[in-house]
Design a protein around this ligand. Structure first.
Ligand code: CU
Length: 148
């Protein structure tokens, strides 16, 4: 009688415990409440898991224009300048937050109330567009004297 030998193959695959993420991730996005015709601001954090890239623009149908701005204190006065593109270094977080980088939504076409959702599209130099549904939240109005 032939003895069947059963061979157990233990196959060890070298699998990374956690597959590396790729692309660009946006988190903690929110938009400040605003009245119709007024200005609002969009904030978020970007993490770039890929090679160096740049955020080159933002589209938001809800507003007449969406511009990237950077606030900074100059001689105790908050100043803002428009930014054409924002470098996204590989592996780095870039934060759009009150008092720093932000996206101005100029001339919103309808009132933005807390709990609403607004669609925005982020454009990159190398990566494909990212479409986001962003919640509207109450927030301090840092743009009181901004004028657009
Ligand atoms: Cu601004």
């Amino acid at each position: 009688m032939k003895k069947k030998s059963i061979v157990f193959f233990s196959i060890f695959l070298l699998v990374a415990a956690c597959a590396p993420k790729e692309g660009i991730e946006i988190r903690d996005a929110w938009i400040r409440t605003a009245l119709q015709g007024g200005n609002s601001a969009l904030y978020f954090v970007i993490h770039n898991y890929s090679a160096d890239d740049e955020l080159v623009g933002i589209s938001a149908e809800i507003a007449d224009a969406a511009e990237m701005h950077e606030s900074s204190m100059v001689d105790d006065v908050m100043q803002m300048r428009m930014v054409e593109s924002v470098p996204l270094a590989s592996g780095e977080d870039v934060e759009f937050a009150s008092g720093g980088l932000h996206v101005m939504l100029i001339g919103v076409k309808e009132e933005l109330k807390a709990g609403d959702t607004v669609e925005v599209v982020l454009h990159f130099k190398n990566s494909v567009d990212i479409r986001l549904q962003v919640p509207v939240q109450e927030g301090a109005d840092e743009h009181g004297g901004h004028g657009g």
